[in-house]
Design a protein around this ligand. Structure first.
Ligand SMILES: [Zn+2]
Length: 147
């Protein structure tokens, strides 16, 4: 796979799912809908939208999708897609980078697409969160640092 992202095309089914889940976002305060789609190690897809609440401690789309993946019994991320409402790079926030890292492997790819689903940028987990703190720092096994 190429490091220069722009000539990589995203699967139509994935774009459709991203646009659909972004459309379900509950964002009355920010008006900034975001959708996330995760592909787990088994190849299953999980989607999530951001969910705001009146006290402003809302849930990000990535966190929402991770919750769906964990609830279904999956533990490892193969691919991550994030779609925002505009042409700007809607990258995962700091909190979500740490959440994704918990379930990422060295091969996990994170792709951020524009509002139409065109690829803007792709990252490895290490690029998205360099020198990260993870389960192995607490003496736990982690898919990021095997062997
Ligand atoms: Zn976030």
């Amino acid at each position: 796979m190429s490091e220069s992202a722009n000539h990589e095309t995203i699967d139509e089914q994935i774009i459709d799912a991203l646009v659909k889940v972004r459309g379900r976002a509950y964002v009355p305060y920010s008006d900034h809908p975001v959708g996330a789609l995760l592909i787990s190690e088994s190849g299953q897809q999980f989607v999530g939208a951001n969910v705001e609440v009146a006290h402003y401690k809302g849930l990000c789309a990535e966190a929402s999708a991770i919750a769906a993946m964990i609830s279904a019994g999956e533990r490892q991320l193969r691919e991550v897609y994030v779609i925002g409402p505009g042409e700007h790079l809607c990258t995962p926030c700091g909190d979500c980078r740490q959440r994704l890292r918990e379930f990422a492997t060295p091969d996990t790819i994170i792709r951020v697409v524009d509002a139409q689903g065109q690829l803007l940028k792709r990252y490895s987990m290490d690029q998205l969160l360099p020198d990260s703190f993870g389960p192995e720092n607490l003496g736990r096994g982690s898919a990021m640092h095997q062997g």
